[in-house]
Design a protein around this ligand. Structure first.
Ligand SMILES: [Cu+2]
Length: 160
């Protein structure tokens, strides 16, 4: 990443913080919502990020990865059943068809964050850059949530 790009991102986040809209970022075609990172469990340096990614464009979009200052290794993962055992595997890309949405959530797709440089604590907001094929990066500020907060947020998301 060059200096100008970093400056642009820094400016962008200054603006985001002023408007205090840290939960969702919208560009013309890609809408990120309900993004959160699971707080670090003491003694571990691996955690995961979840969100919904909506493709409002008229073309398929392809998520190819993510990057963040908190880790040098972030992978797109999927939970799969293997001989009755739940396991994870890396997927190289996530295809989101036009007018469709993919939800990254516990037990499903997620962004796996390895070698977290410092514990991620509830109330932290972490800058993530999502990379797409043939699309500009999308930069999001993702709040860290404890598992308890995650469950509460999920309840509020369901309107029964
Ligand atoms: Cu994983």
């Amino acid at each position: 990443m060059n200096k100008i790009c970093l400056m642009t991102i820094a400016m962008f986040f200054t603006l985001l913080n002023i408007s205090n809209s840290v939960f969702a970022h919208e560009n013309r075609n890609i809408v990120i919502d309900a993004a959160h990172i699971r707080a670090s469990i003491p003694g571990t340096n691996v955690t995961s990020a979840y969100m919904s990614i909506e493709n409002k464009s008229v073309k398929t979009i392809v998520l190819t990865g993510a990057s963040s200052a908190v880790s040098d290794r972030i992978e797109i993962h999927q939970h799969v059943m293997n001989n009755g055992m739940m396991s994870m595997r890396q997927v190289k890309q996530l295809i989101i068809k036009e007018q469709e949405q993919v939800i990254l959530q516990p037990m499903g797709y997620h962004l796996m964050i390895f070698n977290v440089k410092k514990p991620l604590l509830p109330e932290d907001n972490i800058t993530f850059t999502l990379h797409f094929a043939h699309q500009n990066d999308v930069v999001v500020s993702i709040p860290v949530q404890s598992i308890k907060q995650e469950k509460q947020a999920k309840k509020q998301h369901h309107h029964h």
